[in-house]
Design a protein around this ligand. Structure first.
Ligand SMILES: [Fe+2]
Ligand SMILES: [Fe+2]
Length: 275
């Protein structure tokens, strides 16, 4: 069940290495949270594409075939633009290769030692997490309030497309694993360990950057970020509720219908492009 058309926007972002290092409301922790996400994308999205491609050939549903192509193009575009974003981080002194390897290494191990079905289940789980973060970013303006305009633009664009293609890997997975019980077992167990692994990688990445920034023990920065993540807009508790929904036996990403966010923000993006 795919209910959205997947459009390739193929945008080119403009990044300026002169932008402030703490581009999100002057806060190091919030900025580095997004920077760590960005550095995880090139290997992460490559693995999403590969795991879906593995099963694409056997799919006869024409609409789903089109959606798979749309999904692959969008993820490839994201990787290209995030690599450019990451290049500006490198110019600002961040060891991008190391931070990226925190995702690349586990992804490589998963690919080498686990079955294609498990790799696909991992993609389905990670796509749910990106869809949650995207929905939060677009549905609550406070999430990207105070962000540098250039950087806000890439996150908005990425969020639109993540919502647009959020059902694709799931729909491929349903066909790749026809047995309901096996499917439920696979996607839930894989979600648990991949969330844990990704959280450890992200936390390591953020902590090391903050150490290098000499912000690790900055109490004011910590307080602002605590408020952002836990109280207002409360990114973590809200994300956790949505993450839990994944464990419902009949879960499908489009049960939470947020297509109107795509329409609203895509129109805004178009207006900004043509301005
Ligand atoms: Fe993406
Ligand atoms: Fe995605």
């Amino acid at each position: 069940m795919t209910e959205s058309t997947i459009e390739r926007r193929n945008l080119r972002m403009v990044f300026d290495a002169e932008r402030p290092r703490f581009w999100h409301s002057g806060n190091a922790r919030i900025s580095r949270f997004y920077d760590a996400l960005s550095m995880s994308f090139p290997p992460g999205e490559k693995s999403f594409i590969e795991s879906v491609r593995e099963f694409a050939e056997g799919i006869e549903d024409e609409q789903l075939q089109k959606d798979i192509q749309g999904f692959i193009r969008q993820e490839a575009d994201h990787t290209r633009e995030h690599a450019r974003y990451n290049a500006t981080l490198k110019a600002q002194g961040v060891d991008v290769d190391f931070h990226t390897s925190l995702t690349a290494k586990p992804v490589e191990l998963t690919r080498r030692y686990l079955s294609p079905k498990r790799n696909l289940a991992r993609t389905v789980g990670m796509e749910h997490i990106t869809a949650i973060l995207s929905d939060l970013a677009l549905s609550d303006p406070r999430v990207l309030e105070g962000a540098d305009e250039q950087v806000r633009r890439i996150w908005n664009w990425h969020a639109i497309e993540e919502i647009e293609h959020k059902g694709v890997a799931f729909d491929v997975f349903e066909r790749a694993v026809p047995n309901k019980l096996e499917r439920y077992f696979l996607r839930t167990t894989v979600m648990l360990w991949s969330t844990l692994g990704y959280s450890v990688g992200m936390t390591t990445s953020i902590t090391l950057m903050l150490w290098q920034d000499r912000k690790l023990f900055d109490i004011r920065d910590w307080g602002q970020a605590f408020r952002f993540f836990w109280i207002r807009p409360a990114v973590i508790p809200r994300a956790f509720g949505r993450w839990l929904a994944y464990f419902r036996p009949g879960f499908h990403p489009w049960q939470h219908d947020n297509r109107e966010l795509v329409e609203t923000y895509a129109a805004e993006l178009d207006r900004a492009e043509n301005a």
